[in-house]
Design a binder for this molecule. Sequence first.
Ligand SMILES: NC(=O)c1ccc[n+]([C@@H]2O[C@H](COP(=O)([O-])OP(=O)(O)OC[C@H]3O[C@@H](n4cnc5c(N)ncnc54)[C@H](O)[C@@H]3O)[C@@H](O)[C@H]2O)c1
Length: 251
Amino acid sequence: MNLKNKVVIITGAGSGIGAATAKLFGTHGAIVVVSDIHLENALNTASQIVAAGGKAEAIQTDVTQFDAVGALISKTVATYGQLDVMVNNAGIGGKQQLKTAEHTHDDWHNVIAVNQTGVFYCMKVALQQMTAQGHGNIVNVASLAGLKASGNNLSYSASKYAVVGMTKSAALEYGRKKIRINAVCPGFTNSALLNQLLASSPTIEEKIKHMIPMGRFGEADEIAEAICWLASDSSKFVTGQTITLDGGTSL
Ligand SMILES: NC(=O)c1ccc[n+]([C@@H]2O[C@H](COP(=O)([O-])OP(=O)(O)OC[C@H]3O[C@@H](n4cnc5c(N)ncnc54)[C@H](O)[C@@H]3O)[C@@H](O)[C@H]2O)c1
């Protein structure tokens, strides 16, 4: 997998899957722009990459703000000359797990803003740059919840189905421009986001593990491996696809 000197932006890279992905890109010699709404966490990921001998910088970005996304990408291009890979990973879950009739307006607006509109903004600006430079690669972090029904989770489900749809539709548009666009669909994966779900009920962890044929949660670095593969030339005939990493849950 050759990612040496590729200029890569990862959103939401201050923790979980984004942080693991940033570190794996760093190990492969990429120039990693670690972006997160929480600057301290982004700085922490970037300094771990640098301490391990890699190249990284941290830039604070809230993906719900179109101007901030524009600034992230233009600053990256001004510094490094191009944008080879954009990993749209930033995401949140709803605060409350409630059926659709009780789903709160707050959860709806917040989750859609980050998970759906944020991915649209990042794809829109990244694709302008990638079209201008004549190549590019986008990996979106969707979810198993973007492929299968999931209860008490309407905004998250809507946003992740949207990410899968945006991935496929944009891949169709940009295939001839040497720009590939794919998505990963993780199942339950150890992270702050999963911990928030597990905290919602004392029995939920056991119930979820019962649904996973492999009997365990995924690890962030297992998802990172697939993201790096999609971002590399090792997958050079793959576009508009989703890779499900769920320990067999979808079976
Ligand atoms: N953990 C799972 O079980 C799981 C399963 C499927 C998909 N996912 C997806 O993986 C992605 C990463 O989640 P994670 O599990 O690593 O959770 P996480 O909470 O550890 O990481 C999410 C990161 O996104 C950042 N973020 C939140 N809002 C942001 C905003 N407006 N702008 C920029 N950054 C923002 C957070 O600060 C955090 O660093 C998300 O898109 C999530 O939906 C996670």
